[in-house]
Design a binder for this molecule. Structure first.
Ligand code: AHR
Length: 501
């Protein structure tokens, strides 16, 4: 056992907790839409074809924003194919995922699903195979009240009121050679600037996200952000970030993935600030971290090689372990630590495809290990994010060298007095004995300490293991008379300590 010490002080403010930090992502990919959120033939489908058991779990997860319809899919998508009478909608090839798209589910169905799930839509436009005009058309369809071609078509299709969608992504991963309509930074920067200006002329209240790099290993990383923002800084509100981790080297390195994520966010913030400084622009650019998760991409590459064109193939159906959940929890901590710059974040994805929720074909819906840290962070991170002074033991990793074992962040809701301390012990071999100095709170009562860990962190989610792989109460945790919290953090564990101040 090693020892760690943390000081918590409500004066160490990072920023307010923005609910948009707990977003998710629904792409026309695999069985996320068809057979996931939408499955008219299923026993639990409502009269709109939405799976009600999935809807219940989405609400329990506490998802705020939902990004749609892609992802790589959007770069070849004609959104008008998905509106109007179903029998007239064309089937098309989706080149991104080698899939036949029936278009039975489109913008109007998505907006009905958003209303049912109590989430906020985040719509992506196609800047791969299409451009400025089609982007303006969909803004007019969704947000213009009526009296024009597209807005009247929406009314005819059943929605008299405009959808008033605020968040819009200007394409997806346009730096990637795999993207339909992949562009250079200059080509994309100019297109993003002009499209943003035109979309805002249709609806000045929208918030716009320009594409950043697909990940920090891209050869063009940082130069891409600098060039794109040089062209469009004043016309957009966010630059996007995406990252996926998988256990490819040693477990010790995998568990330290958030070390890399922290550095990645810091680099993008610096690049944004460089462009702002160079161009004498006062606005601080915000980050939309609109794809993040653990994803075993190596499995997908093997699968895609042997695929035929089919409808809703079972793609990217990763089954997550306890270690994956600890990494997902730590990624959430990285986002919260950067709450002063990260304004939106979307875990990719929501159902069946690299997802916390699994919807079985003709069967039940159930949750994977990664559901729990997300649900707890979304439920308990309230008020203000606090930066903690952390004195942690360190451990050795092959990829990142010597790293801190304890990752931590806290939130404090002044109104209710609720405090949540989120903690990860990344070290897979050694437990940590932790003290947290709470004296600055004046008074504090322990509400509960919930922890997720396992003797074998590679234990994987199945429908049968759902109950065994939930967080449990940690009974030995206490707050003493001097307002010091004492807790033990198991090796490779995710922890939430809730207090009342
Ligand atoms: O989330 C899966 C895919 O990952 C998305 O379609 C794409 O944007 C990213 O490469």
């Amino acid at each position: 056992m090693t020892r760690a010490h943390i000081t918590l002080d409500p004066a160490f403010r990072v920023a307010s907790v923005d609910r948009r930090m707990f977003g998710s992502f629904v792409e026309h990919l695999g069985r996320c839409v068809y057979g996931g959120i939408y499955d008219p033939g299923h026993a639990h489908a409502n009269d709109q074809g939405f799976r009600t058991d999935v809807l219940d779990l989405v609400r329990e997860l506490g998802v705020s924003v939902v990004r749609y319809p892609g992802g790589n899919f959007v770069s070849g998508y004609r959104w008008e194919d998905g509106i109007g009478p179903r029998e007239e909608r064309p089937a098309r090839l989706d080149p991104a995922w080698k899939t036949v798209e029936t278009n039975a589910f489109g913008v109007d169905e998505f907006m009905s699903w958003v209303a049912e799930s109590g989430t906020e839509p985040m719509m992506a436009v196609n800047l791969g195979s299409r451009g400025l005009q089609e982007a303006c058309d969909i803004v007019e369809y969704c947000n213009h009240p009526g009296g024009t071609f597209w807005s009247d078509l929406r009314r005819k299709n059943g929605s008299a009121e405009p959808y008033d969608i605020r968040l819009w992504c200007l394409g997806n991963e346009m730096d990637g050679s795999w993207q339909v309509g992949h562009k250079t930074a200059t080509e994309y920067g100019r297109l993003a600037a002009e499209t943003a200006k035109a979309m805002r002329l249709i609806d000045p209240r929208i918030e716009l996200v320009a594409c950043g790099s697909s990940n920090s290993r891209m050869p063009t990383f940082a130069e891409w952000e600098a060039t794109v923002l040089d062209h469009c800084y004043e016309f957009v509100d966010y630059i996007s970030m995406h990252v996926y981790y998988e256990e490819s080297a040693d477990l010790r390195s995998f568990l330290a993935s958030a070390v890399d994520m922290d550095a990645y966010i810091d680099s993008v913030v610096s690049t944004c600030d460089y462009v702002a400084a160079k161009r004498r622009l006062p606005k601080g650019m915000r980050i939309s971290f609109d794809e993040w998760n653990v994803w075993y991409q190596s499995h997908h590459r093997q699968q895609q090689e042997s695929m035929e064109w089919t409808e809703a193939p079972g793609l990217l159906q990763d089954r997550y372990t306890v270690a994956d959940a600890v990494v997902v929890g730590d990624m959430l901590l990285s986002l919260l630590r950067h709450a002063d710059r990260v304004g939106v974040a979307c875990q990719a994805q929501l159902v069946n495809v690299i997802a916390p929720i699994i919807a079985e074909r003709d069967g039940a819906a159930w949750v994977q290990t990664i559901f729990h840290p997300f649900r707890q962070a979304a439920a308990y991170a309230k008020g203000t994010v606090l930066r903690l002074a952390v004195d942690s033991p360190r451990y050795e990793t092959d990829v990142y060298g010597d790293v801190e074992a304890v990752s931590a962040v806290a939130t404090y809701d002044e109104e209710s007095g609720d405090v949540a301390v989120f903690l990860v012990n990344r070290d897979p071999d050694v437990a940590v004995s932790l003290d947290v100095d709470l004296r600055s709170l004046g008074a504090a009562r322990l509400v509960e300490h919930q922890a997720l860990s396992h003797d074998d962190p590679h234990t994987r989610s199945h429908a049968e293991t759902v109950d065994a792989l939930r967080p449990r109460q940690a009974d030995s945790t206490s707050v003493d008379a001097d307002l010091v919290l004492h807790a033990e953090l198991a090796p490779a564990s995710w922890n939430v300590v809730r207090l009342s101040a």
